[in-house]
Ligand binder design. Structure first.
Ligand SMILES: *Cc1c(COP(=O)(O)O)cnc(C)c1O
Length: 398
């Protein structure tokens, strides 16, 4: 942060986002001049005296509670999200589970977006349910639907914008107003946009969650999650994080910090290439609808323009109904798109979903598969050629 602070003192303004990505979470002068914060591996931290040991006031006291490597990443993400504090977890799902467990108590009712990441839904419907927390799902397109479902024992609203697989943009400021007036916490899963393109805390949320597995690390080689909170939420999250023993590997944090350095360059290309592929897909007769908030006729476009500063490379298309073999012929023959879960790496991916199987509060009207595409850093013309041949195979077997 030192470089950003020096810039601000000299020029009277904060440096821009890409500049901050370069400067955050490293302090070369504290590392013998080396550019990056190195990997500090460790469990035991030694104290010089009995008084120092028992005072428990040192910055580092035990590996589980953080090392200079993990702290550097926490500080960088907290600064990017404009939060008071970031807490790390060993995966994005662990971050989601930690945030929900920290804030919900037995007897509470919570509101969760119907388009939420499916493993988040499973956590709510199994573990939270067992702990006596009732989850109710709301229509992600209408904040009024969330407002109508608030009860006396409602504790929090959990949003995810845009929604997983179906990409509905949510009105976070409206949800924040509902949460404020009813005394609820607002949490947002901000993985799609990364902290570079959306800052839920600035829009009124109390908690912003990242699967750092995705764009922050960006190379499909790390599992990592982050929960960033405002001042009001920090004490609650701190107690849970410390007492539950959550921590993240310094090596993974090092790789995530390395990912941050190129996040701006990567995301801009994911955004531009993704949009180019999405626009091309719209011209194809096999496709009923393209689900991408940066397309001007997308139902979420106005909110996306208002609340986001960019788009990632992840979007969906609704395919015309077709037999399984048509879908298999398309996907099995792709040469550049891999088939597999997760996303946010440098490589392109394609995975089909049936949205009807994972929503309960809002009907999904279309019969066809939703194909989720992650557009990587390859040449968009090559990706389009691969998809074009795939859609031809799809058509031949319909
Ligand atoms: C992938 C993902 C997660 C979970 O992250 P992992 O690191 O895979 O556990 C949570 N939320 C969203 C929106 C995701 O896409």
């Amino acid at each position: 942060m030192a470089a950003s602070d020096a810039f601000e003192r000299r020029f009277g303004r904060k440096p821009g986002p890409a500049t901050r990505l370069s400067a955050l979470g490293r302090e070369p002068r504290a590392q013998h001049g080396f550019v990056n914060t190195p990997i500090y591996r460790g469990s035991t931290v030694l104290f010089p005296t009995l008084d120092a040991l028992t005072a428990y006031s040192a910055e580092y006291t035990y590996g589980r509670r953080g090392t200079p490597t993990t702290r550097a990443l926490e500080e960088a993400i907290a600064a990017l999200e404009n939060g008071a504090k970031t807490f790390l977890a060993p995966s994005g799902l662990a971050a989601v589970a930690a945030a929900l467990t920290a804030f919900a108590s037995p007897g509470d009712h919570i509101l969760v977006a119907d388009a939420v990441y499916h493993p988040t839904r499973r956590f709510c419907d199994t573990t939270l349910k067992r702990l006596g927390v009732e989850t109710e799902y709301y229509d992600p397109r209408h904040s009024a639907d969330a407002a109508a479902r608030v009860r006396a024992n409602t504790r929090l609203i959990f949003a995810e914008s845009p929604g997983s697989n179906t990409f509905e943009v949510q009105d976070l400021p409206a949800l924040a107003a509902i949460a404020r007036s009813a005394g609820l916490w607002l949490m947002a899963d901000n993985t799609w946009a990364s902290p570079l393109y959306c800052r839920p805390l600035d829009l009124g949320a109390d908690v912003s969650i990242q699967s750092a597995t995705k764009y922050i690390t960006g190379h499909s080689d790390v599992m990592l999650g982050a929960v960033t909170v405002n001042d009001r939420a920090a004490p609650v999250m701190r107690v849970y994080h410390e007492t539950a023993g959550l921590c993240a590997s310094p090596e993974d944090c090092f790789l995530a910090a390395r990912g941050l350095r190129t996040l701006s360059a990567r995301l801009e290309r994911h955004w531009r290439s993704g949009l180019a592929v999405a626009e091309w897909l719209r011209t194809r007769p096999e496709i009923l609808r393209v689900l991408h908030p940066a397309l001007p006729d997308d139902p979420g476009h106005a909110l996306w323009r208002r609340d986001f500063t960019g788009a990632s490379g992840l979007f969906g298309v609704v395919l015309r109904p077709a037999p399984h073999e048509a879908l298999a012929a398309m996907l099995d023959g792709l040469t550049l798109f891999g088939m597999g879960y997760s996303w946010g790496g440098f490589e392109s991916l394609a995975v089909p979903f049936d949205p009807r199987s994972c929503r309960t509060a809002t009907p999904w009207m279309e019969d066809g598969w939703v194909l989720r595409l992650h557009i990587g850093l390859e040449e968009p013309e090559d990706l389009i050629a691969d998809l074009e041949a795939g859609l031809d195979r799809f058509s031949e077997r319909r």
